[in-house]
Design a binder for this molecule. Structure first.
Ligand code: HEC
Length: 215
């Protein structure tokens, strides 16, 4: 041990080492003065904290992040509704069946959306099954879309609504599983495209939709 300097008896010269009096298991502690740059950063942080605390809670100069996020969510929802209304303003059964579902560009875009979002439950061939790799089939959670059976509606705009809003509240689901509201993830145009793709696979189910809608 050193010659027992008192605590606070800092090193005066560069390189001088002062040790605290105590020692545990042969471990001793320095008693050096902290460098001024460190001390002033520390004091500065305390002063800054007081100022920032006042500005944050006492004024409205800094936006509360929770409020900012809420405002953004509301803006996004408003934009979603505007976009949906714009598309719905001139979308109808006839347009879905006779324009979109017959347009290779819409159908291809719809297929891409289907591959990305719908295949896990409805299958790549829309049969709601998947090969198990041993010549058998695995049943997927969704309903088959090519079996000519429509559980809720066979009306194109009705199907648009179903995909957009998900299973109707009164549905008990398919084996208890309901479908989510895709309008939360896909734009109205993407929903129209993905539906066009589904319709293009079973056009016979929609053959009673007239070419020009009754006004
Ligand atoms: C997580 C699984 C899942 C995914 C992913 C999924 N669905 Fe579904 N889908 C279902 C289930 C389950 C039902 C049946 C819902 C019910 O009975 O309430 C259903 C029903 C449907 C129906 C009605 C079928 C009928 O026979 O009446 C359509 C159309 C449909 N889905 C389209 C889509 C499209 C388009 C996508 C992709 C954007 C998609 N689904 C993605 C699970 C899924």
């Amino acid at each position: 041990m050193s010659a027992d300097p008192k605590p606070g008896q800092f090193a005066k010269k560069k390189g001088e080492i002062i040790l605290r009096e105590h020692e545990f298991d042969g471990i001793q502690e320095f008693d050096q003065k902290l460098p001024n740059w460190w001390l002033f950063t520390f004091y500065g942080a305390i002063v800054f904290f007081v100022g920032y605390w006042f500005v944050y809670y006492g004024t409205s100069l800094v936006k509360n992040p929770q409020l900012a996020v809420q405002e953004k969510i509301i803006a996004v929802q408003a934009a979603q509704i505007r976009e949906l209304n714009k598309l719905l303003a001139d979308l109808n059964d006839s347009k879905l069946v006779h324009v979109f579902a017959k347009d290779p560009l819409y159908v291809a875009a719809g297929q891409a959306t289907f591959t990305k979002n719908c295949v896990p439950c409805h299958g790549a061939d829309l049969s709601a099954t998947q090969d198990d790799g041993h010549g058998g089939k695995i049943t997927l959670p969704g309903l088959p879309l090519t079996d000519h059976i429509w559980k809720f509606t066979d009306n194109p705009m009705g199907l648009f609504n179903l995909i957009n809003k998900g299973s109707p509240p009164e549905s008990t689901g398919n084996n208890g599983m309901k479908m989510e509201a895709w309008g939360q993830k896909l734009s109205p145009m993407e929903i129209a495209q993905v539906l066009s793709y589904v319709i293009s696979k079973v056009p016979e189910d929609f053959k009673n939709i007239p070419e020009t809608p009754a006004k």
